[in-house]
Design a protein around this ligand. Structure first.
Ligand SMILES: [Zn+2]
Length: 246
């Protein structure tokens, strides 16, 4: 049930989806993998929307080079764990939600516990190794996954409904080489908003999800394009083959 304070705080969005919708958001648990360029804005907007339980994991500490884009980490946070920094800001901006943070490297040994009873997984990572793991666990546990990635002025996003729509491995069967890539803060901001919007739509059962479509953002031309993608029978994760990573 929503308190009077919550009814007031969320009144402008309750106009959109009613108290029932807001209660669904309050009752939801979202696991956000990564507290960096995507993880900061996505967690911020899910927090203000009133997602009741946010679980965030990241292995890094805040560095000065993060500050051009990781907007929940401030000058004073340099050297602190990113998840602690994010948790502090989210609690300040919305005391009505629960925030759990985990300072660790996401791997096979802890992923089950991290996704546990989550309704949704948000891929806010910067490396493909963990992305493949998130995709695998999403499929095994039947939990939807919202993918996002960025580089420079460009970004991409896609939603995966396990067993129904193309999975991450279907679309990216080969891991690209890891690198320290350039990025300007607006790019993860834009992609994270697409991801947060997908989370809200899924939880509310509203609209059309970004499934079987890879959204590609070209910031220099201010263009969004959509690439049609589909499940691959030979996919190692959601198909019956052994092609690709995983
Ligand atoms: Zn697949």
């Amino acid at each position: 049930m929503l308190t009077d304070e919550e009814l007031e705080r969320y009144s402008r969005q309750i106009m959109l989806f009613g108290e029932g919708g807001q209660e669904r958001l309050k009752g939801a648990t979202v696991f956000i993998a990564g507290a960096g360029g995507l993880g900061c804005p996505v967690s911020l907007y899910l927090a203000v929307a009133g997602i009741g339980n946010l679980r965030i994991a990241d292995k890094d500490a805040v560095e000065k080079t993060n500050l051009n884009r990781q907007v929940l980490h401030w000058e004073k946070d340099i050297g602190k764990e990113k998840v602690g920094s994010v948790e502090e800001k989210l609690r300040m901006i919305n005391p009505h939600i629960n925030v759990q943070s985990f300072h660790l490297t996401i791997d096979e040994s802890n992923i089950m516990e991290l996704v546990d009873d989550a309704d949704l997984i948000v891929d806010a990572m910067d490396n493909y190794e963990v992305r493949y793991l998130l995709n695998k666990i999403a499929h095994e546990k039947n939990i939807p996954l919202v993918h996002g990635a960025i580089r420079g002025f460009d970004g991409q996003a896609m939603t995966i409904i396990p067993g129904k729509s193309a999975c991450f491995n279907c679309v990216f069967p080969c891991e690209p080489p890891s690198e320290t890539f350039p990025v300007v803060g607006v790019t993860p901001g834009i992609i994270a908003m697409i991801q947060a919007n997908e989370v809200l739509k899924y939880l509310l059962g509203k609209g059309r999800l970004l499934t079987d479509r890879l959204m590609i953002w070209d910031g220099l031309n201010s263009e969004m394009e959509y690439m049609r993608v589909s499940k691959r029978q030979e996919c190692r994760i959601c198909g019956n083959g052994d092609a690709g990573h995983g």
